[in-house]
Design a protein around this ligand. Structure first.
Ligand code: AAO
Length: 511
């Protein structure tokens, strides 16, 4: 019996649900479209010192070069081969990044595009990031190699070979997603080629994968690929560690395919999280923050230990994917910081912070017609992420993860890790507060009137620095201070017109 318990504990520790972040690091950041050399630097100069656990990177494999429109971000979701060769860098740059990030305890997670190759509209040629030849007419990708036999066309039952109906689970898995040539993951040859690619990355030292378009693959086919994967590289990870897996399954509740079908393979991206939290903070549909008391499974979200959560992602921050208009992004900075702050303070799910670039939005009939614009670049070459004297980023990189409020809430999450959700308070409307055991406490005022209340924080007596309005520097605070009395109570005042109408204090912000 003891032996069985031990086995199951080991299973939980090393299994595909575990992100393998270093002890006490609880959040990752998506450095969308960053170059590998900049990510290596960011791991060393910022992510490790500030307690970030890892980075989700853009797809590292060779992709189609799309010229109309000119080099959209989404060309990276059109694979041509599994050579590590993109606008972010080549295989040497990739190896250098993985090594340097791992050496400072920051994990790398790869966005793996394995459901399909490029779109049928690419025709034939060598318009690809490494110059590899392809021919979509006969579905030839000699650099892998794949041929017509390796695609699902013969089993897709829709009249035009496309996914037309998300209510038909066979179409969703067997047909083409927006024209993308759909790989036959039912075939052992295809599974082996995909696994070979992923194993190459694992051997270099990555810690896991986001599986793009997982909804469009059968859970059993994904499992067959996962079963072929190596354990993580023992230069950095304990022997027997399995790659962390999170599957992109968009399940907002309206379709027959459910995220839960994929739990056997790993975690799933919980899209309801950002859609619902955005609705609450915007106060749409009569929602209010007081209702967040039972946030998590209580709101119909997947079990916490199966969820990868985020406020926005690279798709829904620009109208792609799903979530709709309620999604909060850096464009709505004030509410966005509150949403990310709430996410990082709340125990539910494994959290991913978004880090974006700015682009020229242009709305026509409510839709951003510039939703395709790629990363900041000089005639196609991705621009470096420059760092301003005040630690923010230049060259149109937004670097939300460097915003003080967000950076400090990542630290908050690390400090309160493992502590229960406690001391909930609300005013029946949009003023709420909660604690994490005796380690941290956060208060929000999203009402149209001031907040002034004495609340039980659960914290030890003392003076604490609010990590939203400032930083603890040495033994002083550059922002608001909060006095917790011997019985754990503290008085909070938050103006509804404050730049950031929330306050967060934790054991390590005590002066
Ligand atoms: C580009 C062009 C296309 C062209 C194609 C091939 O834009 O016009 O046909 O090339 O030449 C990205 C871009 C695509 C781009 C593609 C390839 O977003 O625009 O196509 O690269 O370059 C579905 C998938 C989900 C996918 C999402 C975008 O299920 O997997 O679409 N996300 C991933 C990546 C994404 C990438 C790909 C997959 C492809 O994150 O960046 O595409 O590798 C419903 C379904 C969702 C579905 C959405 C959107 O959602 O449930 O599964 O996502 O529709 O089609 C309400 C509903 C909600 C619904 C939503 C939208 O919110 O509640 O369920 O409305 O209708």
């Amino acid at each position: 019996m003891k032996f069985l318990l031990l086995l199951s504990a080991i299973g939980l520790c090393w299994a595909q649900y575990n992100p393998h972040t270093k002890y006490g690091r609880t959040a990752i950041v998506h450095l969308f479209e960053w170059r590998w050399d900049d990510i290596a630097l960011e791991c060393e100069r910022y992510l490790a010192p500030n307690g970030f656990g890892g980075v989700q990177i853009s797809p590292p494999n060779e992709n189609a070069v799309i010229t109309s429109p000119s080099r959209p971000w989404w060309e990276r979701y059109q694979p041509i081969s599994y050579k590590l060769c993109t606008r972010s860098g080549n295989e040497n740059d990739f190896r250098d990044m993985v090594t340097r990030c791992n050496n400072v305890g920051v994990c790398i997670y790869v966005d793996a595009v394995i459901n399909h190759m490029c779109g049928n509209a690419m025709g034939s040629g060598t318009s690809s990031t490494c110059g590899s030849y392809y021919n979509t007419g006969n579905e030839e990708f000699p650099a892998v190699p794949y041929s017509g036999w390796d695609f699902n066309d013969s089993i897709c039952k829709s009249e035009n070979g496309e996914i037309n109906d998300y209510n038909d689970i066979y179409q969703v898995r067997d047909c083409r997603l927006v024209g993308l040539l759909d790989l036959a993951l039912g075939k052992d040859y295809v599974r082996s080629k995909v696994a070979e690619y992923m194993n190459h990355l694992i051997d270099i030292g990555v810690a896991g994968f986001r599986l793009d378009a997982s909804k469009h693959m059968w859970p059993g086919d994904i499992k067959a690929v996962m079963d072929k994967l190596h354990n993580l590289n023992t230069s950095w990870f304990p022997e027997g560690s399995r790659p962390f897996i999170y599957q992109e399954v968009i399940d907002l509740g309206g379709e027959p395919i459910k995220g839960s079908e994929y739990f056997g393979n790993g975690r799933v991206t919980e899209f309801k999280y950002g859609a619902k939290l955005g609705t609450v903070l915007r106060k749409w549909n009569g929602e209010k923050m007081a209702y967040l008391k039972n946030w998590g499974e209580g709101w119909g979200l997947v079990p916490s230990d199966r969820a990868l959560v985020f406020v926005d992602n690279h798709d829904n921050q620009r109208g792609h994917g799903a979530g709709g208009a309620s999604i909060l992004t850096f464009w709505d900075a004030r509410l966005y910081k509150m949403a990310v702050g709430f996410m990082l303070a709340h125990p539910y799910g494994f959290t991913r912070v978004m880090s974006s670039y700015r682009w020229q939005r242009h709305f026509e009939n409510g839709r951003d017609v510039n939703d395709w614009i790629g990363p900041p670049n000089d005639s196609g070459v991705i621009k470096r992420v420059t760092i301003n004297p005040d630690t923010t980023c230049g060259n149109d990189w937004v670097c939300e993860h460097r915003w003080r409020q967000i950076r400090n809430m990542v630290a908050f999450r690390n400090v309160v890790d493992g502590q229960p959700f406690t001391n909930w308070w609300d005013n029946g409307s949009n003023q709420v507060a909660f604690g994490r055991g005796n380690k941290g406490f956060i208060v929000f005022n999203n009402d149209d009137r001031p907040l002034s209340s004495t609340l039980q924080t659960g914290l030890r007596a003392g003076t604490y620095c609010d990590v939203i309005s400032g930083d603890k520097v040495g033994n002083s605070c550059t922002g608001i201070t909060v006095n917790v009395s011997g019985d754990g109570n503290a008085h909070f005042s938050i103006s509804n017109s404050a730049e950031d109408p929330f306050i967060a204090i934790h054991a390590e912000s005590k002066l």
